[in-house]
Design a protein around this ligand. Structure first.
Ligand code: NAD
Ligand code: DAU
Length: 333
């Protein structure tokens, strides 16, 4: 494999940081440059080990900052840009949609414009299965495929769908060399404790209430984060431009079953569970058909949920300082 420079935006967040470590480990000769403006979801401590690697650089830059991104991209002359940077939490998009439109749509446009101006050969947009909306609970035969129409429900998913439309429009209009992946719910190390799985692990460890929205029967298709990283690695190295790939684990579970499982694994009583007011516009079920990425790129999920959730719980038990500093606000200093 020839030496490449890869720019990873949003690499101080959950999936982006896992991708940084995956790439540094798999391609020791590559240069990996992380671009992140460190919002509340970004944590530089997450990249402590990467910062010791001479092939890694961190740049505190906002993806909406055209001058800053142009300067950095000129310096680094990347072979590939992978865009993870986003506002990613649905609940926050319901209370404050503006920043979602700014970061997720305008930020994507800015990155693509700089890539076009500098003739950067490859751009990958990390998107989500939420762009397809949701599926009914009583139709287990239905799955999202790459041709399912976009039908976003929340300001978050609408902003991601808007970004996807722009990426495909740039591909068609300018032959912009882009690909898109749309993945289901990830879980694993460095997952910010506002999301279901880390929130429930940490609250249960602290004997605090476990807030389940609505009836808890909403279904998500959970994928271990490393499997997502491997899918993106295959796409950026092996796929044609202009392609969209759905990535998912065929691992559908209801929220209440996940929360009960976490209680069981941590030996905590289910009486900690509290059913609370439902999320507005709450998507009922997500389920991915990953046939295309399997047939074209040979991708299959490798980590079974029963192993992935154990590894994840172990990680939160072994890395208390990481999440305690988030709870106390210390991580932003
Ligand atoms: P995250 O919220 O944990 O991390 C986002 C990162 O982006 C943070 O480090 C943040 O500081 C950075 N960021 C935000 N705005 C920025 C800006 N304007 N400029 C530079 N950096 C900025 O998110 P995540 O869960 O790791 O998700 C990463 C990507 O994957 C997102 O695009 C998300 O839509 C997508 N995705 C997430 C999941 C999931 O289950 N978490 C599933 C499918 C797709
Ligand atoms: O499907 C991919 C998406 O998965 C990504 O695009 C998003 O960035 C990511 O945040 C995630 O979105 P969800 O809304 O599915 O994840 P979240 O962890 O917020 O919620 C998972 C489910 O759990 C959802 O049905 C809402 C429910 N929930 C969540 C929280 C935080 C609760 O019942 N209680 C909670 O406290």
């Amino acid at each position: 494999m020839s030496k490449k420079t890869i720019i990873v935006t949003g690499g101080a967040g959950f999936i982006g940081s896992n991708f940084v470590y995956y790439m540094l480990n798999k391609y020791p000769e590559y240069r990996i440059v992380c671009v992140d403006c460190l919002t509340y979801a970004g944590n530089l401590h997450t990249l402590n080990k990467a910062l010791e690697n001479p092939n890694f650089r961190f740049s505190k830059t906002n993806i909406c900052d055209k001058e800053g991104i142009t300067k950095l991209f000129k310096e680094e002359n990347p072979d590939i840009v992978v865009n993870f940077a986003a506002e990613s939490h649905v609940d926050r998009s319901i209370t404050g949609p503006e920043i979602f439109v700014k970061t997720n749509i305008s930020g994507t446009q800015n990155l693509m414009d700089v890539c076009r101006e500098l003739n950067i050969p490859r751009y990958h947009q990390v998107s989500t299965d939420e762009v397809y909306g949701d599926l009914p609970l009583d139709r287990p035969d239905l799955f999202f495929t790459e041709t399912t129409p976009l039908h976003a429900s929340s300001p978050y998913s609408a902003s991601k769908a808007g970004a996807d439309m722009l990426v495909m429009a740039y591909y068609r209009t300018y032959k912009f060399p882009a690909t898109i992946s749309r993945c289901s719910n990830n879980y694993g190390p460095y997952h910010f404790p506002e999301k279901l799985i880390p929130l429930m692990i940490i609250n249960a460890l602290n004997d605090k209430p476990l807030p389940v929205y609505g009836d808890g029967k909403n279904v998500r298709d959970w994928l271990y984060v490393e499997d997502h990283c491997r899918a993106i690695d295959l796409i950026i190295h092996n796929s044609k431009i202009g392609e969209i790939y759905n990535v998912g684990g065929h691992n559908e579970m209801s929220n209440i079953d996940i929360v009960k499982l976490i209680c069981k694994k941590l030996d905590k009583p289910e009486s900690l569970i509290e059913f609370v007011e439902d999320r507005k516009g709450h998507d009922r079920r997500y389920a991915i058909d990953p046939t295309k990425i399997h047939n074209e790129l040979g991708w299959l999920p490798e980590t079974k949920f029963k192993d992935g959730i154990e590894k994840t719980i172990e990680w939160y038990l072994d890395n208390k300082t990481w999440w305690e500093e988030i709870l106390s606000g210390e991580y932003q200093k």
